[in-house]
Design a protein around this ligand. Sequence first.
Ligand SMILES: NC(=O)c1ccc[n+]([C@@H]2O[C@H](COP(=O)([O-])OP(=O)(O)OC[C@H]3O[C@@H](n4cnc5c(N)ncnc54)[C@H](OP(=O)(O)O)[C@@H]3O)[C@@H](O)[C@H]2O)c1
Length: 396
Amino acid sequence: MQTSLRRSGQQLLLDRSPALKSIYSFSATGYGIDQHRHASTIAVKGSGHLIRKGTGGRSSVSGIVATVFGATGFLGRYVVQQLAKMGSQVLVPFRGSEDSHRHLKLMGDLGQIVPMKYNPRDENSIKAVMAKANVVLNLIGREYETRNFSFEEVNHGMAEQLALIAKEHGGIIRFIQMSCLGASSSSPSRMLRAKAAAEEAILREFPEATVMRPATLIGTEDRILNRWASFAKKWSFLPLMGDGSTKIQPVYVVDVAAAIISSLKDDGTSMGKIYELGGPDVYTMHELAELMYETIREWPRYVKVPFPIAKAMASPRELLLKKVPFPLPNPEIFNLDHINALTVDTVVSENALTFSDLGIAPHKLKGYPTEYLISYRKGGPSFGSTVSERVTGSEF
Ligand SMILES: NC(=O)c1ccc[n+]([C@@H]2O[C@H](COP(=O)([O-])OP(=O)(O)OC[C@H]3O[C@@H](n4cnc5c(N)ncnc54)[C@H](OP(=O)(O)O)[C@@H]3O)[C@@H](O)[C@H]2O)c1
C-alpha cells in the first residue's frame, strides 16, 4: 500500500514538474528522482489571509508566519530578529544540533520563534516545516563544497525544491530567494552559476518570488573581514588574490535583512523581481583590506598572490575532496571557487533594482558596521592608533 502510494506520488510530481528531472539527476549523491523523498503524504494547506493586530512591535501580530530556511546562518540571525521585532512568527528549520538555533529563540516573544528539526533531503520534513507558513525565505547557501553536498545541490537543487513545495502548498503568499551578486550562467564561479540556475528555476516554478542578490556581507559574524583579521594577526601578513584590484561592493548585513523585510511589507511591487543589493561604496580588495587593517590598528602587510598560484594552492582540496575517505578542512582564505569569482569585478549593474527601490539607504561600512573588528586589536579595544594617526605622529 505504502509503496503504491509512494509511486503514485512520484508520478504526480514528475507529471507536474518536468524540471525535477533535471535537478534531481544527481543520483550519484543519493539525490535521484527515484528516492522515496518525493512520496509525501503530508497535506499542505495555506493559512489564508493575513490577520494583523497591535501597533507593529514585537508583541503585535504582523500576520506573517515565515519559514526561514538557512535561519541558522549569518544573515539568518538578522532576518529572524527583524521579522520577530515586528511581531511575526518565525519557523526555524534546522538540521544540526540544538545549539544552532539557540541564539534565535530570544529574538521574539515567547512561542514566536519555533525551531523545527528537518532534513533537507526529505521532502516530508520540508513540507512539515512549511505547512503552517504563509511566507518562505530561502537563505540556504554555501560557498564551498563538502563530501556530502555539492554546490549545485545546496545552491540550486534545494532552492528549486523549496519553490516547488511552496507552490504546491497553495498558501505561500511570498517567497524570497537569497542569491548572490554576480550570479550568472557565465560566471567563472560554480557557486554563482548554481545561484543563477536557482534564480531561473524559482522564477519559473514560483513567478511571484522575489530574488535578492546581495554583495559580500559585512557584519559581526562575517566571513571576509573576520577571516582576514585573524589571518593577519596569526601570520603578520594578508594574501591578496591577483593584485588586489578586483572590485566588490560589500554591504552591511543589517541592510540586507531590512531589504527583505521591506519587500515583505510592500504591496506586492517586489514580487517577481530581482534586486541587486550592494553597499554605498565600491572597494577594490586592497582598499577593503586597508579598512580592515586600519580598524584593527595593525601595520598593513600584503603578499600579492597571482591568480594562477592562488588557484594552484587551492586546488588540492577540490581534487581530493571526494577521493579521500575522510572530510577535509573547509577552505577559508584559499577557496578555489571564491578565487575564480575574484577574477572578475562584482558590482551592482547599472539598470538593476537596488536598495533605493525598497526605500532603504545602505550604511557606509566604515564606522559602526565594522566596529566589531576592534576585538582584534592586540592590546584591547583602545589599543594603538590608526595608520593615519601614526603618520601624522611621526611628522611632528
Ligand atoms: N555571506 C555572504 O557574504 C553572502 C553574500 C552574498 C549572498 N549570500 C547568500 O545569502 C544566503 C545566506 O548567507 P549566509 O552568509 O547567512 O550563509 P551561512 O552563514 O553559510 O548560512 C547558510 C545557511 O544555509 C544552511 N545550509 C548550508 N548548507 C546546507 C545544506 N547542505 N543543507 C541544509 N542547509 C544548509 C546552513 O545551515 P547549517 O547551519 O545547518 O549549516 C545555514 O543556515 C546564502 O544563500 C548565501 O549564498 C551570502
